[in-house]
Design a protein around this ligand. Structure first.
Ligand code: CP3
Length: 357
């Protein structure tokens, strides 16, 4: 039974809840990914990226790969935010080197009305099986983070049909047919609440909502079309399991200006990208939430000495006391050398003890 296995390293959970720790815990967004040769080998074995996500044993294997290399304080489920719209019948494809594409984008009120609600126990069962398999194989070493995309971020892919620079279709809906977009976001928020609750039931010990594209909105529109639906998820997600609080983090990339309103949602932790100083972020959230971040992933192209200097600057910027989970400000790049990632992780552990005495 997973619930009977005691957690050996709970620093991530403690820091996310602003409880004391002896050093700052660290993990890396996209820690399982193409910068690791062993990841590329397992993906080749699976055939392609979606086949890898859909194979619980191989998804477990790539989740654990970075933990074998580095003393990370958390594991994150290997999956993708786009598994959900795929299960809603949009037909996801990852063409090599081209990013995600949907065969059937959602463009009209009729498209939204016809979207099916996926069943967590069947269409998305492979995700829950991956969570159960990873929990079993982690043997309580570190906590497992489950995740989803924000309704807004997932909707951008569903409406555009792929990644976008201009967001012509979704902004067309937003400013032309806002009711249709609200109906889509509401539907997504309901499905994503079920999705996160199913991950918790399967064994996820913390949750993170990735709002990668919230930063392309103006402040009032961000609150109406992105934050409001993340709030809906937060209000519906189970916050305790197996007698322990399940911390929930929100991360809006480019959302540094809105940390104060984000801190009002009742989430436990906010992700911060590298365009915001942690000292400034900490002052703005007034002790309501923990902070996660925020090294520029590009720093990992630098020398080991320079990486250590930037880690020292990040830790000093947050300052004394708990409530910080160190991370990159966004996903690790595919061309970073694995050794440099190790320098980052070890520097956090080594240089952070002084802030926890
Ligand atoms: O962090 C982890 O190790 C867990 C796995 C994870 C992936 N995607 C694996 C992945 C997580 C948490 C995600 C979330 C995700 N997926 C986000 C939000 C976080 C962010 O990065 O902003 C978004 C926007 C997506 C959608 C997505 N998935 C895109 C745009 C792409 C293509 C771009 C790219 O980096 O190639 C993906 C593919 C993807 N998801 C890869 C990985 C490891 C690379 C695909 C491959 O192996 O070929």
């Amino acid at each position: 039974m997973t619930s009977a296995t005691p957690l050996q390293n709970d620093r991530y959970l403690r820091a996310a809840l602003r409880q004391p720790v002896d050093y700052t815990p660290v993990w890396m967004m996209r820690q399982a990914g193409r910068y690791l040769p062993e990841y590329r080998a397992t993906r080749a074995q699976a055939g392609n990226f979606m086949a890898l996500c859909q194979n619980p044993e191989l998804a477990c294997e790539v989740t654990l790969q970075p933990l074998r290399r580095y003393p990370l304080d958390a594991a994150i489920l290997f999956s993708d935010i786009l598994t959900v719209p795929d299960a809603m019948g949009l037909g996801l494809e990852f063409a090599q080197g081209e990013g995600p594409q949907f065969r059937k984008p959602v463009r009209s009120a009729a498209d939204v009305a016809q979207l099916p609600t996926p069943d967590m126990a069947t269409e998305l069962r492979y995700v829950m099986d991956a969570v159960r398999t990873i929990r079993r194989e982690l043997h309580g070493k570190v906590p497992l983070i489950g995740f989803c995309g924000s309704p807004w971020t997932i909707a951008t892919y569903m409406v555009e049909g792929s990644g976008s620079k201009e967001y012509a279709h979704i902004k067309g809906l937003m400013y032309g047919e806002p009711k249709t977009l609200h109906a889509l976001l509401d539907k997504l928020a309901r499905v994503l609440t079920d999705y996160l609750n199913a991950q918790v039931a399967a064994g996820a010990q913390a949750l993170m909502i990735f709002d990668t594209w919230g930063g392309v909105l103006s402040p009032a529109i961000y609150r109406e079309f992105s934050l409001r639906y993340m709030q809906q998820i937060l209000d519906g997600v189970k916050r305790e399991n197996d007698g322990r609080r399940v911390p929930v983090s929100l991360f809006t990339k480019g959302g540094g200006a809105w940390l104060d309103v984000m801190a009002e949602t009742g989430c436990d932790m906010l992700g911060v990208d590298w365009t915001t100083d942690l000292a400034d972020a900490r002052a703005r959230v007034q002790g309501k939430v923990a902070l996660q971040g925020n090294l520029d992933p590009g720093v990992l192209y630098g020398t080991p000495e320079r990486i250590r200097e930037e880690v020292a600057r990040m830790l000093a910027s947050y300052g004394h006391g708990s409530g910080h989970v160190a991370n990159l400000g966004h996903g690790i790049h595919q061309f970073v050398s694995p050794e440099k990632a190790g320098v980052f992780v070890e520097a956090v552990h080594e240089l952070s003890r002084q802030y926890h005495v």
